[in-house]
Write a protein that binds this ligand. Structure first.
Ligand code: SAH
Ligand code: SF4
Ligand code: F3S
Length: 446
């Protein structure tokens, strides 16, 4: 075994876990990464189960590996993440070429599992419900030098009725306050410019360890490590405290950006979703956030076509979306997940009705997002350069503190590679719904 390739689906937590998988395969097995999956001796799929589509894509991709397996009997194919945790050993029957199945609590054991599968040329599975080795204490290879994911809690206790995550990630477990801050300090020493704190419900951070939530406190402590930017996902509206909003407003490093998923604008649907807030309470939280944080950008998630959603319920969602003036909205068609409560509710919304609602919703957000971006034309925003634009190498691509994508021509005489990971002022010249265009108003090579 010499080389590996990792395919990552799903959320930021999976991206973070994949960075540890890379670290472990390199440090414990001496493997090297390859871009071309067909040249890898070890292929790892880190999977997501949140919607059906993600599972289907996995099945499709693994099926295409059959000829590789035939050509190289030593090839080890490992499947981890949320699908693996949910399906457990059943995955071997569903995906016949797979050698290793490892759950979300066993990421730290990946090197050992791969070695055992390679030595025995047999199938190896590890999917218990508890952790045997602390993942955070293992090596990690970050995707970029300048950004780091920092989990503050894993798992979720909320059990929204549609959601698989509490089943695949287990109950909420916070990491000790001191560990989080020490890791942030280490990252800053390592040159990290932006840290994203991760948790399914960051607002309740610390409740399991300390009896009361300590999110605002940990956010402030991380912001004071000297890092340029701190972000966090995801906030649950029922737990959004004034202390957290004050930390966003007052700590210079904390970005003016809040991802606050509503899921629906109908109180009746929200109750069936077990979200534990009403439409009015959500709107109140949004107004509180806008009032507390000048320049705040707001994003959210909406699920369209939840069981029993009527036209009237959906009108409530449209009303909520208009009133929230979102900068960005992630919209999803409801996908029944076996094992969740919503999957047994019946009363399905026909696919074409849900699709039509979905399209209407997207049009509305496009309008509010464009309006908000138009207001930025002429102003200067701070952009963290991420690289060149995918479509045009002469264009830099980066993000504002408010998480907006910005494109700007590479300044004359500048070396784009040496701008990656730096903060540059950009004067906004053009606004689109999902990105801004501007001119770099000064730079310093790294
Ligand atoms: N912990 C985060 C969300 C994690 S899942 C939170 O509570 O906000 C990310 C998003 O996927 C959710 O916000 C929801 O909008 C969507 N989602 C989750 N389960 C879904 C399902 N069964 N069908 C469609 N969308 C779903
Ligand atoms: Fe899923 Fe709800 Fe937990 Fe988010 S808060 S992970 S939507 S159960
Ligand atoms: Fe998907 Fe698991 Fe994340 S289901 S969204 S990868 S926690």
């Amino acid at each position: 075994m010499q080389t590996y390739h990792i395919v990552t689906f799903g959320c930021q937590m999976n991206k973070h876990d994949s960075e540890h998988i890379a670290g472990l395969l390199e440090s414990e097995l001496g493997l090297e990464p390859v871009d071309d999956l067909r040249r890898a001796d070890v292929i790892v799929f880190n999977t997501c189960a949140v919607r059906e589509g993600a599972e289907e894509r996995l099945r499709g991709q693994v099926a295409t590996l059959k000829p590789l397996k035939a050509a190289n009997p030593d090839l080890v194919i490992a499947v981890g993440g949320c699908v693996a945790q949910h399906e457990k050993e059943r995955l071997f029957a569903l995906l016949p070429h797979v050698d290793v199945v490892f759950g979300t609590h066993n990421v730290a054991e990946i090197a050992d599992l791969v070695r055992r599968a390679a030595d025995s040329r047999g199938r190896v599975a590890a999917v218990p419900d508890s952790q045997r080795r602390d993942l955070e204490a293992t090596p990690s290879i970050r995707e970029t030098r300048w950004h780091a994911w920092l989990p503050i809690a894993v798992g979720c206790d909320n059990f929204c009725s549609y959601c698989i995550v509490p089943h695949t990630r287990g109950r909420e477990r916070s990491r000790p306050f001191e560990d989080v801050v020490a890791e942030a300090e280490r990252l800053v020493n390592d040159g990290v410019v932006e840290i994203t704190l991760l948790g399914q419900n960051v607002n309740s951070y610390g409740r399991d360890l300390y009896g009361t939530p300590r999110f605002a406190e940990v956010l402030r402590a991380v912001a004071r490590t000297g890092v340029a930017r701190v972000r966090f996902v995801t906030s649950h509206p029922k737990d959004l405290s004034d202390e957290t909003l004050a930390a966003i407003a007052e700590e210079p490093a904390v970005c003016e950006y809040l991802h606050l998923p509503a899921q629906s604008g109908s109180t009746r649907v929200l109750t069936a979703m077990n979200r534990r807030y009403t439409k009015e309470q959500y709107l109140e939280a949004v107004e509180r956030a806008y009032a507390a944080v000048p320049g705040l950008a707001l994003s959210g998630d909406i699920i369209v076509g939840f069981p029993g959603e009527t036209d009237e319920d959906f009108e409530d969602t449209l009303d909520l979306v208009r009133r929230c003036r979102y900068d960005q909205l992630f919209t999803f068609l409801y996908s029944p997940r076996p094992g969740t409560r919503a999957a047994t509710m019946g009363d399905e919304v026909p696919r074409d009705v849900a699709q039509e609602r979905f399209d209407r919703l997207v049009k509305i957000v496009q309008r509010t997002a464009l309006e908000k971006n138009l207001a930025l034309v002429g102003s200067t925003v701070e952009v963290l350069v991420e690289g060149s634009s995918k479509r045009d190498a002469a264009m830099l691509a980066g993000r504002t503190r408010t998480n907006k994508l910005v494109h700007a021509p590479v300044p004359d005489d500048a070396d784009p590679d040496r701008l990656v990971g730096t903060l540059v002022p950009v004067e906004v010249t053009e606004a689109h719904a999902w990105h801004l265009v501007g001119r770099v108003a000064g730079y310093q090579h790294r």
